[in-house]
Design a protein around this ligand. Structure first.
Ligand SMILES: C[S@@+](CC[C@H](N)C(=O)[O-])C[C@H]1O[C@@H](n2cnc3c(N)ncnc32)[C@H](O)[C@@H]1O
Length: 267
């Protein structure tokens, strides 16, 4: 296993080695540091996508005219719904919890991929209840053609890539028009509660927990990566400049994290 000797968080090999090193304790610390809230946040994301897909299906039905054509388009609509639900990418998917949750709420997928550049993290998904095939990849340059997926999930990954705009463009490229990109992320704090949480509380307890159960460096990196990341408002602007329209932004636990649902715009 690679060792994280270089400590530049902008260096992809440093980030990958760090996730390789913490992969065996990742799920445990993820759930305990968030007091199991991360599970509820992923669930909320998956239910929200389900609602949007259902609304899209109704809109398509409403747009048809009458008689035979309506029946035909309804049939096509149903087929398209099946296709839409069937192509999922859990990007920066790590140990696969987002894909597992997605399939729990949206049914088994015809095609599902768990994409991550850390072999250790992907190994952590072994034995979990998902049909997603693990693929070791770089979120900045994926081995997929245009419009390959209908839904891309990205849970706590955007903060870790060297260029969020590039990762957004790459996600837009692999998504079909009208497809969804669901971001679940910790953004740079803007309100007083979150500034206090990330600048005072988190640096006190997160690295200590990390040192005890896993690696201190990695959990210091976690806190710093949040402080150095974009605010949610700036992230949404960036997404709008890079191929997406905003569906909604929802705070989780008073803005400790956010669920940002984006839809790929037609060009
Ligand atoms: C904080 S973990 C999130 C894992 C999972 N999505 C979750 O919800 O718990 C971030 C993941 O992003 C992956 N990652 C970071 N940069 C990446 C890149 N450029 N390409 C692919 N994966 C990347 C890491 O290996 C790690 O597994």
């Amino acid at each position: 296993m690679a060792s994280s000797t270089k400590k530049d968080p902008n260096d992809k090999s440093y980030v990958r080695a760090m996730f390789d090193e913490i992969s065996s304790r990742y799920d445990f610390l993820n759930h305990s540091l968030s007091c199991f809230q991360d599970i509820l946040w992923r669930r909320a994301c998956c239910k929200e996508i389900r609602r949007e897909l259902a609304k899209d299906a109704v809109r398509r039905e409403g747009n048809c005219c009458d008689g035979k054509r309506r029946d035909r388009e309804r049939r096509d609509g149903k087929r398209r719904d099946r296709e839409r639900r069937g192509r999922l990418l859990d990007l920066c998917g790590g140990t696969g919890d987002f894909a597992v949750t997605y399939e729990k709420f949206n049914g088994p997928q015809e095609r599902a991929v768990l994409g991550d550049f850390s072999y250790g993290m992907l190994k952590g998904a072994e034995g979990k209840k998902t049909s997603a095939a693990p693929v070791q990849l770089d979120a900045m340059k994926m081995p997929f053609g245009e419009a390959t997926f209908d839904v891309v999930l990205n849970g706590f990954g955007m903060r870790n890539v060297p260029d969020a705009a590039g990762a957004l463009r790459e996600s837009a490229r692999v998504l079909d028009v009208g497809g969804y990109l669901q971001i679940l992320e910790f953004f740079s704090p803007r309100n007083a509660f979150n500034k206090f949480f990330y600048k005072v509380l988190a640096p006190l307890f997160i690295p200590v927990m990390g040192a005890f159960f896993s690696k201190r460096d990695a959990y210091e990196y976690l806190v710093n990566s949040v402080l150095n990341f974009l605010s949610v408002e700036d992230f949404v602007k960036l997404a709008e400049e890079n191929g997406f329209e905003l569906v909604h932004v929802k705070p989780c636990f008073w803005g400790v994290a956010y669920r940002v649902l984006l839809k790929k715009r037609a060009v």
